[in-house]
Design a protein around this ligand. Structure first.
Ligand code: PMP
Length: 361
C-alpha cells in the first residue's frame, strides 16, 4: 500500500487505521454470515446485534441518562435544522438561536420556515470570531429552547463552556461530538452527523429528552417524528447499516483508548500545538479567533498573503498533508483535527509551518 496521507479534512475525515483494517478484513464475510454487511438484512440477528450494541456504546461513552432517547437518523444535521423545531415547538412557542456563524445561521434559516424563531445573539458584526457570554444572550418570553452550535466548523470557534441560561439548550454538536463531556442537565436535545468524530457519513445521532417527545401538537409524517424512531429503536425503516457498523468499531476503539475524557485531553493537546506555532510566529501566522473561543477541532489561520497561502497548501500536499484549504467563505488555512487525528500528523504540520515561515519571511 502507498503511504497514507495526513488528512486534515473538515469532514468526512480521517478514521483510525485499525478500524479501516477491520472493515477491510470483514467486508466479504460479516459475522460469519457468508455475506457482506452491505448485503445483510437489517432485520437479521447478525445486524440486530451490531445495531443495539452501537446504540448502547454511544449511550455509555456519552454518559446519556436513561430518560433520554438515542436515535440514529439520516438526512444529516441539515435535516435536524427543520426536524428539531417540528418536534420540540408547538404553534405558540418560540425558540432563540445563538448565531455564531455559518452553521448556526443555516439552522436558524430553516427553523424560521417552520416555527416562531429569533436571533438571541449574533456575532455577525464582529465577523464571527467568538461565542457570546451568557449575559449577552437575549431571551424573549415564551421561549422553549435556545439553540447553539457547540463548534462552528467553518469559523473555527467553540463555546468554551455551555451557556448558563435558565431554559433548556438544544445543540448542534456535529463537529465536536464526543470530543468533550456533555452536561445533560442543560440540554433537551443534541444532534450531529457522525462523519467527523465517529465514523463515515450517513448517520445523524439525535439524543432527546423523552419527556419532550410528542409535545409538538402536529400531525407529523412518521419519519419526521422522533417518537416513531424511539419506539422502533431506530429500526423503523432501513438504517444506514454500513455507517452504523463502522461507527460501532470507532466507538469500541474510543472506549478502549479511554473514552471521552481521553479524547478531550488529546484534542486540547493537538490544537494547542498549532495555536502555539501561530502565537510564536510574530503575527506571520494569524488566528482571527478570540483566544478563549478557539476551536479544538478546526484550527483556522491566515498567512501574510493569498499567494503565500496558496503556496503553503501546495507544498503541504507534496509532503502528504492534504485538505488544508480554508472554507471558501473565510479563506486562509483550516486544519481539522478530529478524534482519530494522530498527534504525529499535527507535529508534522507544526514542523512544516515553522520551516515554511523560515524560508518565506
Ligand atoms: N452543522 C455543523 C456544525 C457542521 O459542521 C455540518 C457539516 N459540516 C453541518 C451542520 C451539516 O451537516 P450534514 O452535512 O451532516 O448535514
Amino acid at each position: 500500500m502507498d503511504k497514507r496521507v495526513d488528512n486534515f479534512c473538515a469532514g468526512p475525515c480521517t478514521l483510525p487505521f485499525s478500524v479501516l483494517e477491520d472493515v477491510r478484513d470483514e467486508l466479504i464475510n460479516f459475522a460469519n454470515t457468508g455475506m457482506s454487511i452491505i448485503e445483510d438484512s437489517h432485520r437479521s440477528p447478525s445486524y440486530d446485534a451490531i445495531h443495539h450494541e452501537t446504540l448502547n456504546l454511544f449511550r455509555n461513552l456519552a454518559n446519556v441518562p436513561e430518560d433520554f432517547a438515542v436515535l440514529f437518523l439520516q438526512g444529516g444535521a441539515t435535516l435536524q435544522f427543520a426536524q428539531v423545531p417540528l418536534n420540540l415547538l408547538s404553534e405558540n412557542q418560540k425558540s432563540g438561536y445563538i448565531n455564531t456563524g455559518s452553521w448556526a445561521d443555516k439552522a436558524l434559516t430553516d427553523a424560521k420556515k417552520i416555527a416562531n424563531t429569533y436571533e438571541a445573539w449574533s456575532g455577525l458584526q464582529e465577523g464571527f470570531i467568538r461565542t457570546p457570554n451568557c449575559n449577552e444572550i437575549t431571551i424573549q418570553p415564551n421561549t422553549r429552547y435556545i439553540h447553539m452550535t457547540s463548534n462552528e466548523t467553518i469559523n473555527g470557534i467553540r463555546f468554551p463552556t455551555y451557556p448558563d441560561v435558565d431554559i433548556p439548550l438544544v445543540a448542534d454538536m456535529s463537529s465536536d461530538l464526543l470530543s468533550r463531556p456533555i452536561d445533560w442537565s442543560r440540554f433537551d436535545l443534541i444532534y450531529g452527523g457522525i462523519q467527523k468524530n465517529l465514523g463515515p457519513a450517513g448517520v445523524t445521532v439525535v439524543v432527546v429528552r423523552r419527556s419532550r417527545l410528542g409535545t409538538h401538537g402536529r400531525n407529523l409524517p412518521s419519519y419526521l417524528d422522533y417518537q416513531t424512531h424511539d419506539d422502533a429503536h431506530s429500526l423503523m425503516n432501513t438504517p444506514p447499516m454500513f455507517s452504523i457498523y463502522v461507527m460501532n468499531k470507532v466507538l469500541n476503539w474510543m472506549a478502549e483508548v479511554g473514552g471521552v475524557q481521553e479524547f478531550e485531553t488529546r484534542a486540547t493537546k493537538r490544537s494547542a500545538l498549532i495555536y502555539e506555532t501561530i502565537d510564536q510566529s510574530n503575527e506571520w501566522y494569524r488566528s482571527p479567533v478570540d483566544k478563549k473561543c478557539r476551536s479544538h477541532m478546526n484550527v483556522i489561520f491566515h498567512l501574510p498573503s493569498k499567494v503565500l497561502e496558496k503556496k503553503f497548501i501546495d507544498q503541504a500536499i507534496e509532503l502528504g498533508m492534504v485538505n488544508l484549504k480554508g472554507h471558501r467563505n473565510v479563506g486562509g488555512i483550516r486544519a481539522s483535527i478530529y478524534n482519530a487525528m494522530q498527534i504525529e500528523s499535527v507535529e508534522r504540520l507544526a514542523e512544516f509551518m515553522n520551516a515554511y515561515k523560515k524560508s518565506n519571511s
